[in-house]
Design a protein around this ligand. Structure first.
Ligand code: NAD
Length: 439
């Protein structure tokens, strides 16, 4: 097991023993948590106050009311949000989330992360995020279609293939993106597949997009293990979340020889110290309403136990803020690959840093999705579509490049990979802001 192995890589020593402090203040707001990390990175890197101030303030925030006729004949008004954090490096890019806890603060935070994520991934994009406060599981397909089209029409002047390009996120998928394109096309009287990404294949979607975020998690895991002089075949792993990111990540990590000992979703958490048969789990989920409940490929454990399980690698790929201060004290994994956005609180970060746990941060680890979204947009603009092998090869090369930049910045500034990732992004955004000048 990894814990008993000596890590020989000298760079790891630098990173884990003499790091600059990344401690941040306590906060309630998710956006404040992003800004707290931005401030830490800005200080360590030496970013000018002017650029920091620009990045502390999202460029555009829109809130819309969406009246939708429900199946029972009653009208319901939903709240929709879109925040464009930055367009310094290109049109803003970011998903649309359908969930009951969607709010202004969350969308703002996620939009800023997208600015940094796109910059880390070397994409010519800025950052945005959107969402609708709703419970998609309790709505019919017809209601969801009407809601998605109402949201698109309300934001038809914000979205655009060269201005602001959405994508799926929690609670949305290619289906919603197809509806969005349809509504946008009607408003703007044309055919604009590049107005969004994550579309179904055949309707302008890219091969490889569906698995891309999980694939990026796999590539980032292998790159991190290499830095630690560890072989994938000697490593165990737990994956929280078995949706788009978690299920593809578990499958691809398993294919690399990593033993997946724990998987979990909102219905069940499964532990098998001999390794879970991921193919069987995927088949089970497919045939049982997309949930793990009832899967018999291991013992059922409590949800929180997955995060502190006795494994080498932990992949949170479900919710934000799950690795709290309390959980961080009990984490046994020595490598965390953040498939989800914001799974680790800033307070937990400090504890993990003290424990010398390497955290490959969300803005790097889950950047595979937006990278292939970019490829989808490039294919839409060119009207020429690539085979899946080509998409995957370009994706892997891009992820490895991003990983190296983040790693090197972490080493150069004697800080964690998270702050190294922010510095990687800040260098690019700073260049863009300074080169463009201001009013
Ligand atoms: P999804 O809706 O496909 O899957 C979410 C999974 O989390 C489901 O398996 C669900 O059961 C599980 N889950 C929900 N509540 C849980 C709980 N309390 N405990 C354990 N599991 C729980 O969503 P997704 O697209 O896989 O996104 C997951 C995370 O990854 C989100 O933070 C999202 O922002 C992030 N992300 C997604 C993409 C993408 O391309 N889909 C890209 C980057 C980041």
């Amino acid at each position: 097991m990894f814990r008993s192995l000596k890590i020989k890589e000298p760079n790891i020593e630098i990173m884990t023993t003499k790091t600059n402090s990344t401690t941040v203040e306590n906060h309630d707001s998710m956006f404040d948590a992003v800004i707290a990390r931005l401030d830490v990175a800005a200080k360590i890197y030496g970013l000018s106050d002017d650029v920091t101030t620009i990045l502390r303030n999202p460029q555009k925030q829109v809130k819309v009311s969406l009246p939708v006729m429900m199946d029972d004949g009653k009208l319901q008004v939903f709240e929709g949000f879109r925040t464009v954090h930055s367009t310094v490096l290109g049109p803003s890019k970011g998903g649309i989330r359908y969930a009951m806890d969607v709010c202004d603060d969350e969308v703002k935070a996620l939009s800023a992360w997208m600015t940094f994520k796109c910059a880390v991934a070397n994409l010519p994009y800025g950052g945005a995020k959107g969402g609708i406060k709703c419970d998609p599981r309790k709505m019919s397909i017809g209601e969801l279609e009407r809601l998605t089209k109402a949201y698109t029409v309300a934001l038809a002047d914000v979205f655009g293939p060269t201005t602001d390009i959405p994508a799926p996120d929690m609670g949305t998928s290619g289906r919603e993106m197809a509806w969005l394109v349809e509504a946008y096309n009607k408003v703007h009287r044309g055919n604009f597949p590049g107005v969004t990404t994550g579309k179904p294949v055949g309707l302008g979607g890219s091969l490889g997009r569906d698995a891309a975020t999980g694939r990026g998690v796999m590539v980032a895991t292998l790159a991190a293990l290499k830095k630690m002089n560890l072989n994938a075949k000697d490593v165990t792993c737990a994956v929280q979340g078995f949706g788009n990111v978690g299920s593809h990540a578990a499958r691809l990590l398993h294919e690399q020889g990593i033993k997946i000992c724990a998987i979990g979703d909102h219905t069940a958490t499964i532990w098998n110290e001999n390794g879970i048969d991921i193919k069987a789990a995927l088949n089970y989920v497919k045939e049982n309403g997309n949930v793990l409940k009832g899967f018999t490929g291991g013992d059922e454990i409590k949800a929180a136990e997955l995060l502190t399980a006795n494994v080498d690698v932990l992949v949170p790929a479900a919710l934000q803020n799950v690795i709290t201060e309390e959980i961080a004290h009990h984490i046994k994994a020595k490598l965390i690959i953040e498939g989800a956005n914001g799974p680790t609180t800033p307070e937990a970060d400090a504890i993990l840093q003290d424990k010398k746990v390497i955290v490959v941060p969300d803005i790097l680890a889950n950047g595979g999705g937006v990278t292939v979204s970019y490829f989808e947009w490039v294919q839409n603009n060119a009207g020429y579509y690539w085979p899946e092998d080509e998409v995957n090869a370009k994706h892997d090369a891009s992820m490895n490049l991003a990983f190296e930049s983040v790693w090197n910045n972490g080493q150069q500034y004697k800080t964690t990979m998270r702050i190294g990732a922010y510095i990687t992004a800040l260098k690019k955004v700073e260049l863009g802001i300074k080169a463009r000048g201001n009013f």
